[in-house]
Design a protein around this ligand. Sequence first.
Ligand SMILES: NC(=O)c1ccc[n+]([C@@H]2O[C@H](COP(=O)([O-])OP(=O)(O)OC[C@H]3O[C@@H](n4cnc5c(N)ncnc54)[C@H](OP(=O)(O)O)[C@@H]3O)[C@@H](O)[C@H]2O)c1
Length: 330
Amino acid sequence: MFSLDRPLPETRLFHDYVASLPRLDGRTVAITGCTSGTGKVLAATCANLGARVVLLNRASERARKVESELVSAGGDVHGVACDLQSFAGVRAAGAELRERFDAIDVLVNNAGVMAIDDLATEDGCDVQMQTNHLSHFLLTSEVWPLLTAAADARGEARIVNHSSAARLGAPLKPRYLGKHGGDLGGDGWPGLDRWRRYRQSKLANLLFTYALHEHIVAEQPAYADKIKVLCAHPGPADSGLQGKTPSRRWLDRYILWRTLKAAQSVEDGTLGICRAACAPEVTSTDFYGPTREARTGEAVRLPPERDPEGESALWDESLKTTGITAYFGL
Ligand SMILES: NC(=O)c1ccc[n+]([C@@H]2O[C@H](COP(=O)([O-])OP(=O)(O)OC[C@H]3O[C@@H](n4cnc5c(N)ncnc54)[C@H](OP(=O)(O)O)[C@@H]3O)[C@@H](O)[C@H]2O)c1
């Protein structure tokens, strides 16, 4: 497991930011990937602000532990198993959510894996693309009726996607979204292809934000002003993600070392998704995170990074690969 031998970075901004937020009583916030990192910080924060919080984790001892920790701390917290490496698992999670809950005010598509091997999931997709984007694309469609129920009841619902600075550098290549798991470059030379697959999946998170907004406006106009699609990126954050990334090659170790050298605390890395999920005033397609120059720190509203061709290719390929015939259940 890759780590740096030094104290964890200090949290500088997060606690003051959270103190400025309004209460979330009466709202339900569902978050993927809450066993650690930014998802766990956001889950605890929303629970402390009075929200009902739904933890969407794949079943594990880690998932049970975090649920019982948050419940013991007094949170209105519920676990629903959701394995993002399986479309059947995501559909089952969607059915359970619709069965157990009347509405979801905020869906946070946070979970992710980074720079892992070129492997196919049971659905034939790249592990990184399916976990980080395709399953979130499917999950959002599965919970659409719960988002509209929240928007009808309280005037607003939100979908928050979690991207990365790694989104930058190359346009979207539709092949990465198809059923080509295990045939997307292996390690490549000099070992960069696992990182390329991660970058594509994190670009997909941002382009999905824009594409979903456009499809809501065109196909669900009654919700165009009420259901907001937002994105954030954390900057490098010492969350534990880096320790789960294989570091067999010198290049992997160099990238992980550089990331952790520059990393802020996991709480400060949560500022972006926290703003998108909890701040009172947001506009659909807002993208929050540290600027390219700062790399870490305040989650500011960033300039749009639109790519109409990429957005349209992402939507079509994601529909095809997940097998969704009517995204909004029409
Ligand atoms: N940390 C950074 O420097 C950084 C930088 C840029 C972007 N990000 C993004 O931030 C997000 C959160 O990452 P993090 O840094 O908080 O990492 P983390 O601590 O490793 O958390 C990742 C979460 O995703 C979950 N997950 C992984 N595979 C899953 C699956 N198949 N089904 C359901 N959940 C799964 C993990 O659960 P398990 O315990 O079950 O594995 C864990 O709860 C990711 O989207 C990542 O790409 C992080």
